[in-house]
Structures are given as structure tokens and as C-alpha cells.
Design a protein around this ligand. Structure first.
Ligand SMILES: *[C@@H]1O[C@H](CO)[C@@H](O)[C@H](O)[C@H]1NC(C)=O
Ligand SMILES: *[C@@H]1O[C@H](CO)[C@@H](O)[C@H](O)[C@H]1NC(C)=O
Ligand SMILES: *[C@@H]1O[C@H](CO)[C@@H](O)[C@H](O)[C@H]1NC(C)=O
Ligand SMILES: *[C@@H]1O[C@H](CO)[C@@H](O)[C@H](O)[C@H]1NC(C)=O
Ligand SMILES: *[C@@H]1O[C@H](CO)[C@@H](O)[C@H](O)[C@H]1NC(C)=O
Length: 388
């Protein structure tokens, strides 16, 4: 029994070694062109039907636009030196388990614009150095738990324009250094609580063009350093209190456009202190929360909202007055202001100045009071704690 197995195994070895021995791997594959002693093997649109074997010397293999259909297990077993693998537009439907076995140096993997619907578990085994994974423009509807877990160095995961409906806890297990996650243009309705807990260092999160109707606060609560959040084109009507709080000090870009958004909760922007780009166009907003800080914003789009030109909108008007760019915002109410630009509306001219009282002045006054009673010293203390 054993001897048969061994013989078979040896036979396979001899078969595998055969072509290498005759030097096939040291030649540029048929229909491809090669540079730098086979370091770059370019087979773009070469009419290939199967994946060519390249030697360990090859760093970059470009297989774009060949009708390959799938990636069988061990396809790259002789290509252990690959750093960059390009397989866009290859009509790929399936990625087998151990498809990339042996590619322990691979950093860039491009699988965009295929027809991938199935990624078998273990498909990404051995990809411990992989940093950039592009899977956008496929038909992925499900990601099994831990599918990306071999990729402990993953930085960018591009999954836009697939068919994902739900994110579950464990999807991103093991990819603790993930910084850029692109999930635009899927069919996501739900991001389950905990589904982003494994990737708390995300800096860029794109969730636009999905079907999320409730702000996914529970899924996002562990995110600490998000700089760019895109939620546009989701059917979300409200943004709740503290939505961005856990990363509010870092968030510079916030896209909440084309959502049918009707209202921000009063504390929606709690903790948000650094936003520079804010996009709120094409919603159903009438006002902004009065506690919202607009001072750090350098660019804002607010057009196509039914703004209520009452004094609640005074902070927006104040922002407009202090910025040269003529942003488009039209009043829808009160009736007397309908159709008038917010920046021209007289309804906003007469608003009381809501800026805080001049505490510095009052505090000095209180401090200079010498015959202080208990009441006044309490006042001093309260000013101190509120200004520190
Ligand atoms: C603001 O953003 C819009 C749209 O992104 C862009 O067209 C415009 O040039 C920007 N303006 C400034 C002052 O950055
Ligand atoms: C301002 O936005 C409205 C939609 O709210 C649009 O109809 C109008 O053309 C825009 N005006 C300018 C000057 O962009
Ligand atoms: C506009 O705001 C004013 C003052 O807050 C309020 O009385 C009025 O009902 C609002 N109008 C609409 C259409 O929401
Ligand atoms: C509101 O106060 C600011 C300073 O805090 C001042 O520059 C501005 O002119 C005031 N506006 C009105 C309408 O009183
Ligand atoms: C606040 O009060 C101080 C001291 O009285 C004064 O120097 C300063 O100009 C005041 N600031 C404003 C904005 O009124």
C-alpha cells in the first residue's frame, strides 16, 4: 500500500520536475513577453486558457484579459518569488482552496472585474505578506468567517461593486492592520454588531451605494481613527446621537449625500472636531443641529435640501459669510423665503448672536471682586472647570 502511494507520489514529482529540468520555466511563456531575466512576465490579452507556470525568478506576473475561468489549487506552486499578480478581466468565477499556495512574498493581488461568486475557505492560505487585495467588480455575495485571516499585513481591501448583503462578526478576523476598506456599491442592509471589531484601525471606510437604512453604530463603535467615512446613497433617514464619537477627532471627510436624510439627532456630531469636507447634498434636511461645529470645514455641499431659513440655520449662514465659495443652498421655508438662497435670506440676518458669552471678561470681573462671598467663589470655580 505504502509503496504504491510512494511510487505515485514520486511519479508526480518527476512529472512536475520534468519540464523544469528541460528548462521550460526558464523560458518566457508562450504568447507572453518578458523583461529583466523573467522578472516581469506580461501576458496581457494573450488568449491564454490556463495559468502559465513561471519560475521563482518572476516578481510580476500580468495575466489580465485572458479567459482563465478559475484558479485551481496550487496554480502558482512554482512561482514562489511573485510580489505582484494581476488577474483582472479573466472571467474568473471561483477561487479554489489553496489557490495561491506558496505565494508567501505576494504583496499585490488584483482580481478586479471578474465573475467571482465563490471563494473557497483556505483560498488565501499562505498570503501572509499580502498588503493590497483588489476584489472589486465581482459577484461575491458571501464572505466566510476568517476568509482573510492569513493576511496579517493587509492594508487595503477593495470589495466595492459586489453583491454582499450582510457583514458578520469574524469576516475580517486576523486583518488587524487593515486601514482602507472599500464596500461601496454592494447590497448591504446590515452590518452586524461586532462585524468591524477586528479592524479597529480603519482610516478609510466606504459604505456608499448600499441599502443600509439604520446608522450602523453598533458595528462601528470600536473604530478609533476613521479619517474618511462615505455613507452616501444609502436610504438612511436619521443620524443618531454620538454616531461618529469614537473617531470624531480624526474624521476629516464625511459624505452623507443622496440619502433622503431628514434629520440629525441633536448630538449626532458629538466629538467631531476635525471635519474639513462635509457633503450633505440631495437630502431632505431642514436644519442642522445647533451644537454642530462648522469652524473646521473648508468645503461643504448642501444643495438640494429643503432648508428652513429660521434662526436655527444661523451657524450655516455664518459659515457661508466667512467663506468665499458661493455654496448653493436654497430656503424652502418659511413661505416668505421660499426659493431664496440661504446666503441672501434676510430671515437669517436678524438672528440673535448665539456665540457664547464673553467668559474671559466676566471671569476677570469676578476674580477682581475682592470681598468675595461664597456664591461668587462658587461661580469662579465653575468658570474654571468649564474653560479648562
Ligand atoms: C469643494 O468640493 C467640490 C466638490 O467636491 C469641488 O468641486 C470644489 O472645487 C471644492 N472647493 C474647494 C474650495 O475646495
Ligand atoms: C442650486 O441647487 C438647486 C437644487 O437644489 C438647483 O436646481 C440649482 O440649479 C442650483 N444652482 C446653482 C447655481 O448651482
Ligand atoms: C422652521 O423653523 C421654525 C423655528 O424653529 C419652526 O417654528 C418652523 O415650524 C420650521 N418650519 C418647518 C417647515 O419645519
Ligand atoms: C456676532 O458676534 C461676533 C463675535 O463674536 C461678531 O463678529 C459678529 O459681528 C456678531 N454678529 C452680530 C449679527 O451681532
Ligand atoms: C471679551 O472680553 C475681553 C476682556 O473684557 C475683551 O478684551 C475682548 O475683546 C472681548 N471679546 C469679545 C469677542 O467681545
Amino acid at each position: 500500500m505504502c509503496s504504491v502511494t510512494c511510487m505515485l507520489w514520486l511519479g508526480t514529482c518527476i512529472l512536475l520536475l520534468g519540464p523544469a529540468g528541460t528548462g521550460a520555466l526558464s523560458l518566457c511563456p508562450d504568447k507572453c513577453h518578458c523583461h529583466g531575466d523573467l522578472q516581469h512576465v506580461i501576458c496581457d490579452s494573450a488568449g491564454l486558457k490556463k495559468i502559465p507556470q513561471v519560475s521563482e525568478a518572476t516578481r510580476l506576473l500580468n495575466l489580465q484579459r485572458n479567459n482563465l475561468g478559475g484558479i485551481p489549487s496550487g496554480s502558482f506552486s512554482e512561482s514562489k518569488g511573485l510580489i505582484s499578480l494581476h488577474m483582472q478581466h479573466c472571467q474568473l468565477r471561483e477561487i479554489e482552496s489553496q489557490a495561491f499556495k506558496g505565494l508567501k512574498k505576494l504583496v499585490y493581488l488584483y482580481l478586479s472585474n471578474n465573475k467571482i461568486s465563490s471563494i473557497k475557505s483556505g483560498a488565501f492560505e499562505d498570503l501572509t505578506e499580502l498588503t493590497y487585495l483588489h476584489l472589486d467588480g465581482n459577484q461575491i455575495s458571501e464572505l466566510s468567517k476568517g476568509i482573510f485571516s492569513p493576511m496579517i499585513n493587509l492594508f487595503l481591501l477593495q470589495l466595492s461593486d459586489n453583491r454582499l448583503q450582510e457583514l458578520q462578526p469574524g469576516t475580517f478576523a486576523g486583518t488587524k492592520d487593515l486601514r482602507w476598506l472599500h464596500l461601496s456599491g454592494n447590497k448591504l442592509t446590515t452590518l452586524q454588531p461586532g462585524s468591524l471589531d477586528d479592524v479597529e484601525n480603519l482610516a478609510i471606510l466606504h459604505l456608499d451605494r448600499n441599502k443600509v437604512s439604520t446608522y450602523p453604530g453598533a458595528a462601528m463603535r470600536k473604530l478609533r481613527v476613521v479619517e474618511e467615512l462615505m455613507l452616501g446613497s444609502n436610504p438612511m433617514r436619521t443620524i443618531p446621537d454620538n454616531a461618529f464619537q469614537s473617531f470624531g477627532r480624526y474624521m476629516e471627510k464625511l459624505h452623507l449625500d443622496n440619502m433622503g436624510l431628514e434629520k440629525f439627532s441633536g448630538g449626532a456630531f458629538n466629538g467631531v472636531t476635525a471635519v474639513k469636507f462635509l457633503h450633505l447634498d440631495n437630502n431632505k434636511l431642514k436644519s442642522l443641529p445647533s451644537a454642530m461645529q462648522l469652524g473646521t470645514i473648508i468645503n461643504m455641499t448642501v444643495f438640494n435640501n429643503p432648508w428652513n431659513c429660521s434662526c436655527q440655520l444661523a451657524p450655516l449662514r455664518k459659515w457661508m459669510d466667512s467663506h468665499q465659495n458661493k455654496i448653493n443652498a436654497t430656503c424652502a421655508s418659511p413661505t416668505s423665503q421660499k426659493g431664496i438662497q440661504v446666503r441672501d435670506s434676510i430671515a437669517l440676518k436678524r438672528c440673535k448672536n448665539k456665540t457664547k458669552k464673553n467668559r474671559t471678561g466676566r471671569r476677570h470681573g469676578t476674580l477682581s471682586y475682592t470681598g468675595g462671598t461664597k456664591k461668587e467663589s462658587v461661580q469662579v470655580t465653575s468658570y474654571d472647570s468649564s474653560t479648562s
